[in-house]
Design a protein around this ligand. Structure first.
Ligand code: SF4
Length: 541
């Protein structure tokens, strides 16, 4: 009978164990910026994975823990030989990589354990792992540690530990501690809260992490920021919270601490987060975010159509007219990044035109434009399953049987990617933001922390690479220089680097999509043929 009592802390294990924690590769996506990596010295991956690093930090101190992020380099045969237990984690999109980790663990004769969002949402995807850890860090984790301490032979039947009692976030260990350096990552990451009060039809967050956001304390966040700073991050720190304003009061209470931390350390970092668009209706919060140097907010705008937003239970985006909300965020120096979903039941023959019009009006430079995908354990999945509209065809770019013909939806997506990420159009939207958004940011003092030798070296390296790859070799070099020359004249190197890096990735990624090398849905794995199919279906622009 498994023992589900919480571990007494500090837990003193009876046995020594070697735990190999492996995080699988992502498939390339528009939001992971892989085309920017080669422009930044040392960078090989997007950001550190919070979940598996938190688990690694939670394991007994007496155990040896080795962490391998396969986005940086794959785990070696020696890593597997070294380990007693192999732990993996990941999202649905990493399913293939997760399975490969299990295969390698078993080839080496090691016990395999899987936790994280994908297995928590869909344990039935993973019949081959020895142990499944379902749910967040909590009583199941304690049970798992006790089990591994007792024995680490492979069981004859799969075992499943399911969290009933989540560990309060105030008791979470710092996920930064297993890392020696952050220099291989484009961004650092931090988590303040978990869960979201809303119930958007397509989203699995409320069912996986709850509707009542749970929170770390400001003191924990500051300690993690200190640790991030010590490990030399390359750029911004991304708050990976599902919704930074899921608990508005808590966000409001945290921000003065962030401002004070920035002042004390000479504004060494800038921040980014994800939040619902109704953040635009909270001016006091936005003012504090400006003072804390939040430069980017990802908002799941999803669609510019009010009726469509209501139909997917996302009417909280309509607290104010959408374009007005975007402008309000811009007025606090915040660049909006927007999620867009195509293939909704409310889409019509001219949805692509209306999305492109919205992109032009809002002047949002970066949008993650994806096809609707039904995730297990969402209201959308249940509705479509009842309607017989879940399609299990691996050749398709989405598992949803759209109301419009599949080829038509794909054709509209193709057109949006092609036009939104045409270099002229993208650079023009960035130019708008340079004029109307970036200038509204807090005028931060020139401090030793910002002008460190390391920062200057990194900036010079990026500039050199940008000038060579984009300014000399790319077929849109004229467009680049139209932005770069005025930025050089103004001495606005920060904007130049930001626009150059992000645009390079978006343009390259969109081109790969159009050539059929990347996919139309973030969640789907089998996508390479999708855009090719779309190409034959797209009407001329
Ligand atoms: S607001 Fe965002 S995180 Fe919350 S349910 Fe909707 S899509 Fe999910």
């Amino acid at each position: 009978m498994p023992d589900s009592r919480p571990l007494s802390r500090p837990y003193i294990p009876a046995n020594r164990r070697r735990i190999l924690c492996v995080f699988p590769r992502y498939i390339p996506s528009i939001g992971t910026f892989q085309h920017a990596y080669s422009l930044v010295p040392g960078v090989r991956a997007f950001m550190p994975p919070q979940g598996i690093l938190t688990i690694a930090a939670y394991l007994p101190k007496e155990w040896e823990v080795r962490f391998v992020d396969e986005n940086i380099s794959p785990a070696s045969a020696a890593d597997y030989r070294w380990a007693d237990v192999v732990m993996a984690s990941g999202m649905h999109v990493q399913r293939r990589g997760i399975q490969q980790i299990n295969d390698r663990a078993h080839q080496a004769g090691k016990l395999s354990v899987l936790g994280g969002p994908s297995v928590s949402g869909c344990p039935e995807y993973y019949p081959d792992f020895d142990i499944l850890h379902v749910g967040e860090l909590g009583d199941a984790t304690d049970e798992l540690i006790r089990h591994i301490d007792g024995q680490c032979e492979r069981p004859t039947q799969q075992m499943r530990f399911t969290t009933q009692q989540r560990l309060p976030l105030t008791e979470f260990p710092s996920p930064v501690s297993p890392l020696r350096s952050l220099r291989s990552y484009l961004l650092a990451s931090i988590q303040f809260s978990s869960g979201c009060p809303y119930t958007c039809e397509f989203c699995d967050i409320p069912e996986l992490y709850g509707r009542n956001p749970r929170l770390k304390s400001p003191a924990q966040i500051l300690k993690e920021l200190d640790a991030i700073l010590e490990r030399q991050p390359q750029g911004a720190v991304y708050f990976v919270d599902d919704n930074f304003i899921g608990n508005r009061k808590a966000a409001m209470e945290l921000l003065p601490h962030l401002i004070e931390w920035q002042q004390k350390h000479g504004y060494p970092l800038e921040f980014a987060c994800e939040a619902t668009l109704n953040i635009a209706a909270i001016p006091k919060l936005l003012e504090l975010m400006r003072e804390a140097c939040f430069y980017t907010v990802f908002c799941g705008i999803e669609t510019p159509e009010p009726a469509a937003l209501r139909s997917i239970a996302k009417s909280h985006n309509l607290a104010k007219p959408i374009l007005e909300s975007v402008k309000i965020l811009n007025s606090y120096g915040i660049e909006v990044v927007s999620g867009i979903i195509m293939g909704l039941d409310t889409d019509t023959e001219d949805t692509d035109g209306r999305i492109l019009e919205f992109i032009q009006q809002s002047q949002i430079p970066m949008l993650t434009i994806n096809l609707l995908e039904a995730l297990p354990h969402t209201p959308l999945w249940r509705r479509l399953e009842k309607e017989g509209r879940i399609v299990a065809d691996q050749e398709r770019a989405s598992n949803v049987d759209f109301l419009l013909p599949y080829e038509r939806v794909l054709g509209m997506w193709y057109r949006c990617m092609r036009e939104a990420y045409a270099p002229e159009s993208l650079y023009q939207r960035f130019a708008y933001n340079a004029e109307n958004t970036f200038k509204n940011r807090l005028a931060v003092p020139v401090t030793a922390a910002r002008l460190s030798a390391r920062n200057i070296y990194v900036a010079l390296q990026i500039l050199t690479r940008l000038i060579f790859r984009v300014g000399l070799l790319s077929d849109y070099r004229k467009t680049f220089w139209k932005m770069a020359i005025p930025a050089f004249k103004k001495g606005d190197i920060e904007s130049l680097i930001h626009v150059g890096l992000v645009s390079h990735h978006l343009i390259q990624f969109a081109r790969e999509c159009l050539q059929g090398e990347q996919g139309a849905a973030f969640y789907s794995e089998k996508l390479a043929s999708a855009a090719k199919l779309a190409e034959s279906a797209v009407p001329s622009a």
